[in-house]
Write a protein that binds this ligand. Sequence first.
Ligand code: NAD
Length: 453
Amino acid sequence: MEISQVISLQKKFFKTQQTKNIEFRTLQLEKLRDIIINNEELLFSAIYKDFGKSKFDTFTTEISFILNDIKYYLKNLKSLSKPKKVRTNFTNLFGKSRIYSEPLGNILVIGAWNYPYQLSLSPIIAAIAAGNCCILKPSEIAENTMHTMAKLINENFPPDYLYVYEGGIEETTQLLIHKFDKIFFTGSSHVGKIVYKAAAENLTPVTLELGGKSPTIITQHANLEVAARRIVWGKYLNAGQTCVAPDYLLVEESVQEKFLEILVKYIKEFDYQANSEHYTKIINHKNFLRLTTLIDKNKLIFGGNYDEEQLYIQPTVLSNINWNDEIMKEEIFGPLLPVISFANFNTTLDNILDKDKPLAAYLFSDNQDEKESFLDKISFGGGCINDVVMHLGNENLPFGGVGNSGMGSYHGKFGFETFSHQKSVLEKATWGEPKIKYPPYSEKKFNWIRKLF
Ligand code: NAD
């Protein structure tokens, strides 16, 4: 079906008001949940074909995540949608003030490939919960997952309500010409700018979930065992192709040797072999080549091996890195971990401040002053103290970037708000009208007004 036809069908359907009904939204969420549960094997095999992602990782980082989102909205839909009473100010005495959450209307979600189900369906679930009609354009880079989502959704939902449009740059460019009520984009900062510009033509609001280099600091006050184990897990999950993965480490000089020893111990223990069904492949040759050229053999302390045919890159750690090395210029988005050592905690915070605001930042330390300085000084989308990545699993925390790492947020109630308009309404009584409000005005009225304010 022509995409312009789908868009006009969705605009027409939204105007019928059916999506505003809570019962309707509940049924759609339940239907999507059942489709996912009943087709789990299909979802597992598509993502395995795309980049060798295991069942275990797909379930823990994608399917369970989506099912949890649906569960959250099914439980909270009524309270999220209910008009909220707020206090009325003195000048509106004898009135009632309420905020109504209303759906924005026709939504476009553009997904990224690295967590193809979660990053496409999680915003769709929030948009459905908020009562919108949606078009999803998943990433063509993970083509099997894109086909699978298109098949499952387009065969089970009418196109005038929910539709998956398959395509790459050309199709997305065409799509962006149309007017939507909201565009929700996940991807690189480079493409984020293209989307933002296109949206501006139609004054369409956008949420941009972008990337960047997320720093991880390990100080002398850190529990080194815990830090190393959690960092290895978070960095090599999805072979480092995670937007909130620790991009680089900043390790205090006095503990560096000991810390790196433990880090390598855990990489070996977690057994990320080329033939392991639990270690993900690099998505394509373009990214494989980009990553392998970043491996400086002179700075290797672990790994550095790769296999082009299998698109395998061994978890790699590089030390003695400087801020102006090639690997520090762009987001790595792969299993390479550069380590910079530091002597002074505050100077290292200043170094982070010189860079773009990151999507995530992590601190491993049990020292209260260090925790406070880190939180006070560094602006970042979201992050953790004494852990990595896990903050995005808490639906009570908004997930999104700041500055170059994005704008807007979602998850839980924040996702609902992202796809809603907060309509403010003041309802006045038809009695109790102060004459002072109306002309003709006088010096006496002016003095009264002054006193009142
Ligand atoms: P990408 O920007 O290349 O692609 C994202 C989407 O944009 C895809 O659907 C693609 O088809 C479309 N696209 C690509 N080029 C386009 C163009 N010229 N015009 C219009 N549309 C275009 O990103 P990616 O490679 O899929 O994902 C990797 C990036 O996304 C990394 O920077 C990563 O950090 C970021 N990311 C961010 C989050 C987050 O939640 N903040 C999550 C995952 C990935």
